[in-house]
Design a protein around this ligand. Structure first.
Ligand code: PAF
Length: 303
């Protein structure tokens, strides 16, 4: 039986784990969230669609447990947990294994590459979304796409993902998609988190739409200066289209804020700002969004 290890126990880890387990793949989740791991051990991964809940059996262990080497790994932890996931994978991944990250933001693949080497690391981009309902329970956000680079080590992983009914495409220009998704994320995630609204509600405010456009355009400008051409021409229009297509979603950053968990702001606006700085391109909107989300997290902790 095919086997995949998923690093993470949050919404995306449960979503992909559930889809794979539903197709008969042996899924092992490795996470740090005690309640999440315990729930999967007891009931399996639960996908909640409308009023229906379906459970799929999966193994689950705490990160750091003694485990047999694994060949195929999907990295789906939050970006601030990547360093820890990388050091666990360094001792777990077989010499001919591969880890594919589908995380949001910039910097994750670099951390994994450093720990695992170029040959055992791949970065992809996904437009699938999911909402965490509770420990071990996730609500799928509809169909999406996983885009991966051409990498010989990914062949068995792609086959299993496709067999599980997930849409997978290969591309020769991953950087364009990584930065394209980043531009959308910096437009939607911080604003939904700060304003505490669903993605689609941003469109009800012309001021919010303008702010989205400014944030996305800054990210696109940094990409352009780095020689990366985005797959879309108008970042503002694209951000609006994604907010519309995902209108009923609670963005991952708002989900984090609501749980009182750290956000991925460092890997999103933080990276746009730092990379802009390093090439002499000011990104004041991303800097401000970065500071405001950090301030919000600090202040929530203090009440
Ligand atoms: O992080 C997220 O929530 C998603 O990437 C997106 C596209 C903003 C949709 O909710």
């Amino acid at each position: 039986m095919e086997e995949i290890t998923i690093i993470g126990s949050g919404a995306m880890a449960l979503y992909f784990g559930g889809r794979l387990a539903a197709a008969g793949v042996k899924v092992q989740l490795l996470g740090t969230w005690e309640a999440g791991i315990e729930a999967v051990r007891r009931k399996g991964i639960c996908l909640q669609e409308e009023d229906e809940m379906t459970a799929f059996p999966a193994r689950a262990a705490r990160e750091g447990s003694e485990l047999a080497p694994v060949r195929l790994a999907l990295v789906l932890v939050k970006s601030w947990q990547t360093k820890r996931a990388a050091s666990q994978l360094a001792s777990l991944l077989a010499p001919d294994g591969i880890a594919l990250t589908l995380q949001n933001g910039l910097g994750n693949a670099e951390i994994l590459r450093k720990a695992l080497g170029e040959e055992r690391t791949a970065q992809g981009v996904t437009t699938y979304g999911a909402t965490l309902v509770g420990p071990g329970v996730v609500r799928p956000g509809g169909e999406g796409l996983i885009t991966v680079p051409h990498h010989p080590g990914l062949v068995p992983l792609i086959r299993i993902l496709k067999k599980s009914g997930l849409n997978v495409r290969e591309t020769a220009d991953l950087a364009s998609l990584v930065w394209g998704k980043l531009a959308i994320n910096v437009a939607i995630n911080p604003l939904t988190a700060l304003l505490e609204v669903k993605n689609g509600q941003l469109l009800d405010s012309p001021a919010a739409v303008e702010a989205m456009g400014l944030a996305a355009s800054e990210a696109a400008a940094v990409a352009g200066k780095l020689g990366i051409q985005l797959a879309f021409e108008d970042p503002t229009r694209e951000a609006r289209a994604v907010a519309e297509a995902t209108s009923s979603n609670v963005s991952s950053m708002l989900q984090d804020i609501r749980r009182g968990a750290p956000t991925e702001i460092e890997a999103l606006c933080g990276e746009v700002h730092r990379r802009g700085d390093s090439i002499g391109l000011p990104t004041p909107i991303n800097q401000l969004l970065y500071l405001l989300v950090k301030a919000k997290t600090d202040l929530i902790k203090d009440v």
